[in-house]
Design a protein around this ligand. Structure first.
Ligand SMILES: C[S@@+](CC[C@H](N)C(=O)[O-])C[C@H]1O[C@@H](n2cnc3c(N)ncnc32)[C@H](O)[C@@H]1O
Length: 260
């Protein structure tokens, strides 16, 4: 009978997702629940279903990677971004390079574009938005949402950038144009460079300490000097100096200036 180690190897081959980098107890519990849901006897039988049925495989990836998100998640942090972080970054240049890493269905990069549009013209906004999961990226590109995602959306942005359509909400093309969506696996793909702001929230909590450390180093390399990393509300970086960061505001870390 296949054990969890064997299952992880097969999942890596099948999906490119390395489950060893995700916290084991939590991941195993989630997978066991899925195995029960599909009425399978264990890893072997479930793997067989995953190989046979594309839809089950897609659901598996979506479930594992936990895609929950919303516009302006943790609103007070978006306030700090608008009032403190963007002005700080814009002191030096007019066009910022921004990366929303693990963006899920796009709520986060669209929120970024909306906030920044209060300060700079839309045609100067360029945001790279990435995720490992192709399904969520397709939804992000479509830009169509239910009310659940919109709870924290300020009314001014709703009026400016959202259209109600068939009981849902559609993002306007002018905001969509600010974002480039791409598939990217934080655990194995090369990172972009020259970023002024990296937003990576509510995904590192699922990774092992080792995987997190490597990612912090890579984020640091991906940022320009004094660039900012914005993390989720349970993801404060202990000993951020070890990775070349200084704490700025809470949940915001600034890359230390390189010594020349
Ligand atoms: C909980 S959502 C967070 C979305 C958004 N950043 C937020 O805070 O609302 C986590 C996202 O991380 C993505 N993810 C999981 N593992 C990943 C990996 N190895 N590389 C890139 N994205 C990953 C998932 O597909 C999912 O969309």
């Amino acid at each position: 009978m296949m054990n969890y180690e064997g299952f992880k190897e097969q999942v890596l081959i099948l999906t490119g997702i390395d489950l060893s980098a995700y916290k084991e107890n939590q991941m195993k519990r989630r997978i066991d629940a899925l195995i029960r849901k599909h009425l399978c006897s264990g890893y072997d039988e479930y793997l067989h279903v995953l190989k046979k049925d594309r839809k089950v495989l897609e659901d598996f990836v979506a479930y594992l990677t936990i895609n929950v998100t919303e516009f302006f998640r943790n609103p007070s942090q978006w306030d700090i971004l608008e009032k403190h972080i963007f002005p700080l970054l814009l002191e030096k240049k007019r066009t910022l390079k921004i990366w929303s890493a693990a963006c899920s269905t796009g709520d986060e990069p669209y929120s970024l574009a909306m906030v920044l549009s209060k300060i700079v013209p839309l045609n100067q906004i360029q945001i790279l938005a990435t995720d490992i999961d192709k399904e969520v990226l397709a939804k992000a590109q479509e830009g169509f949402y239910t009310n659940r995602n919109m709870t924290n959306m300020p009314k001014t942005f709703r009026d400016l950038y959202i259209k109600e359509e068939n009981g849902g909400y559609r993002i306007s093309d002018q905001i969509k144009k600010c974002i480039t969506f791409k598939q990217h696996n934080l655990l194995k793909d090369p990172y972009p460079i020259g970023m002024d702001l990296i937003v990576c929230r509510n995904v590192l909590i699922y990774f092992t300490e080792e995987a997190k450390k490597e990612i912090y180093h890579k984020f640091n390399e991906a940022l320009v000097d004094e660039g900012i990393l914005f993390v989720g509300s349970t993801e404060q970086i202990i000993m951020c100096q070890d990775y070349g960061f200084e704490p700025n505001k809470i949940f915001f870390y600034q890359k230390s200036k390189s010594k020349k």
